[in-house]
Ligand binder design. Structure first.
Ligand SMILES: Nc1ncnc2c1ncn2[C@@H]1O[C@H](COP(=O)(O)OP(=O)(O)OP(=O)(O)O)[C@@H](O)[C@H]1O
Length: 295
């Protein structure tokens, strides 16, 4: 298996300055699509005043309210928040799985609202990688065919077998490609799912609780792997997590509360997962107080 570093890499100065840029209410009004604040790196994803309301009969849920955010190229961002705060909704909107009620989402400058459903499906297949808590592998397919599935779906195939080896090797699954998911450990299944998310060389990878089904040691190895993908391959990663010990691997943390971003902070301001947890709790309680005062 490919060797992974035993400790989280120290953040470089450039990593400290990149990461996300939160568009706050105090900033000038937004006129899409060129209105987001300047950032040190080009934005891979831009969320502009996005709201999402779910309707079930007469019941209405405002899952996201006027959320704005830049995800800068090559950054690793964790999204945290209590259950029901809107984390998955934000991820689904950014990855084009659902459309916003209002506002816009730009991936590499492309406003995905301008795409028809068919165009959006094609765009998603090529430019967006998805990793889920439950892996979502096809049980009857080998790891190899699971990884290649997005290419098959796009009517494409591998140019060269070495492409698959180059992808599988750093993920530590090069010798597991002929196995079906039921013959793989949870950690190996998630590595296959990560390889599948990368096979089309997407602009950005969205991971929804990628360690949620794994024990802490295996989860830690997946976190290291995501960190390495960011550091060594300049991948842009957005990850939803409840766990401070997982979020600490990211460059920055975006905190959602009741469908709004209440804060974001750089993880290098936290010495370890415990201090990140304390910071998160502080942000959530202060965010709540601010909301009460502005209500
Ligand atoms: N398809 C849907 N139809 C109706 N309401 C929905 C739907 N999806 C989400 N919601 C509601 O929107 C709100 C935000 O849900 P979301 O799943 O985004 O939160 P979350 O922060 O990801 O929660 P969790 O951590 O529990 O997964 C919740 O009140 C949820 O019940």
């Amino acid at each position: 298996m490919h060797a992974l570093p035993m400790a989280r890499p120290v953040l470089s100065q450039s990593m400290i300055h990149r990461s996300t840029t939160l568009v706050t209410d105090s900033m000038p009004p937004i006129t899409p699509p060129m209105s987001v604040p300047e950032c040190s790196q080009p934005a891979t994803a831009t969320v502009q005043s996005v709201s999402k309301t779910y309707r079930q009969g007469v019941r209405q849920v405002d899952a996201l309210r006027e959320v704005s955010l830049n995800i800068e190229s090559g950054s690793f961002v964790a999204v945290m928040g209590a259950s029901g705060s809107g984390k998955s909704t934000l991820l689904h909107l950014m990855s084009g799985l659902t459309r916003p009620t209002s506002g816009s989402v730009l991936i590499e400058g492309q406003n995905i609202a301008d795409l028809t459903d068919y165009e959006l499906t094609c765009f998603r297949r090529k430019r967006i990688g998805l990793v889920f808590q439950a892996f979502n592998l096809v049980p009857s397919l080998s790891a190899r065919d699971n990884i290649l599935f997005p290419l098959y779906a796009a009517g494409e195939s591998l140019n060269d077998e070495s492409e698959l080896t180059e992808l599988a090797q750093p993920l530590g699954i090069a010798d597991r490609l002929d196995h079906r998911p039921d013959a793989l450990s949870g950690g190996e299944q998630q590595r296959v799912a990560i390889a599948r998310s990368l096979i089309t060389n997407p602009a950005i990878v969205f991971a929804d609780e990628p360690t949620g089904s794994l024990d802490s040691v295996t989860g830690d190895s997946i976190c290291k792997l995501l960190r390495n993908l960011c550091d060594q391959q300049q991948r842009t990663i957005v990850m939803v997590t409840h766990e401070p010990s997982v979020a600490i691997w990211a460059d920055s943390v975006v905190v959602l509360k009741d469908g709004q971003i209440v804060n974001q902070f750089l993880t290098n301001e936290c010495t370890d997962a415990q201090s990140l947890a304390a910071r998160y709790q502080q942000v959530v309680s202060i965010g709540g107080q601010e909301m009460l005062h502005s209500a």
